[in-house]
Design a protein around this ligand. Structure first.
Ligand SMILES: C[S@@+](CC[C@H](N)C(=O)[O-])C[C@H]1O[C@@H](n2cnc3c(N)ncnc32)[C@H](O)[C@@H]1O
Length: 259
């Protein structure tokens, strides 16, 4: 099978209700999210009164968990309207004060120095056509942070992806879905074609997407270029022992950086 061509805008369309089902083992598992929030709180020593931005926060699973733990000033920015709607509805249902805002992470419609902490969790960069897009996101994080503020960023561990990630996989997902993935590795990217089939409805989705694989040194260089200091990039073991395959996110690099 040939390496599929990937639309540079794939990320504008993929993250919807179907994605929540195809990736349910990560994004709908409360234990996984709680473990990730433990990691975030620990890494940044987050305090409840802080102004926290969950950038590319999707349906706000981390932001909602922070709010449940008493963090009262949490805001989610994401491009996906369906995910934001799901997050808003959940916040309303639980009476949690989380704000959801639609925006492009490269140009967030918020005033500079609005936050003391920014989280970019679960591999939400590396989607753009060039690394310039990611650099723009990091510059936005810098602009949005107050002096002394910090960033926590997670990306797929490139070594794990190259040595352990199955080139083909399939799994069953909620509502009778079957998710089949075929993966290719280039020097810079992980490319994936995803077929989603439904027992009753047939083909639900046939999409290709890609993510840039960042080496720790590259991340350090970009963050330094933007102005960050005290940059730490470390492989992160799973916070919980997750027996199921969670794709490229099974092992991550965790990055902390200070403005
Ligand atoms: C893998 S999902 C992770 C979502 C969330 N952080 C989580 O762990 O549940 C990546 C998210 O990044 C968002 N995203 C990607 N690029 C973006 C951009 N340039 N601006 C805003 N959101 C973006 C997508 O809409 C999607 O919700």
């Amino acid at each position: 099978m040939q390496v599929p061509s990937v639309s540079p805008d794939w990320w504008r369309e993929l993250f919807d209700e179907v994605y929540l089902k195809t990736d349910f083992r990560s994004v709908l598992d409360g234990d996984v999210t709680r473990g990730e929030v433990d990691g975030l709180i620990q890494a940044l020593e987050l305090q409840p009164q802080e102004a926290i931005l969950d950038l590319c926060g999707g349906h706000g699973r981390h932001a909602l968990e922070l709010a449940r733990r008493g963090y009262g000033r949490v805001l989610v920015v994401d491009f996906s309207l369906p995910l934001l709607d799901i997050g808003r509805a959940q916040a309303k249902k639980e009476g949690l004060a989380v704000t959801f805002l639609r925006g492009d992470a490269r140009a967030v419609p918020l005033a500079r120095e609005s936050f003391t902490a920014v989280a970019l969790l679960a591999n939400s960069i590396g989607y753009g056509a060039t690394c310039q897009d990611d650099l723009e996101i990091l510059r936005e994080v810098w602009r949005l942070l107050k002096a002394g503020g910090r960033l926590f960023l997670e990306v797929a561990d490139p070594e794990f992806v190259r040595t352990h990630l199955a080139r083909q996989s399939w799994h069953e997902a909620p509502e009778g879905l079957v998710v089949c993935r075929r993966r290719w590795l280039t020097e810079e990217h992980l490319i994936c074609r995803e077929l989603v089939l439904c027992r009753s409805r047939g083909l639900v989705r046939d999409r290709a997407y890609q993510m840039r694989l960042y080496q720790p040194e590259e991340l350090r260089t970009y963050l330094k270029e933007v102005g960050f200091s005290a940059i730490r990039v470390a492989p992160q073991n799973e916070p919980d022992s997750q027996p199921q395959e969670r794709g490229s996110l099974s092992r991550r690099l965790a990055v902390t950086a200070w403005k």
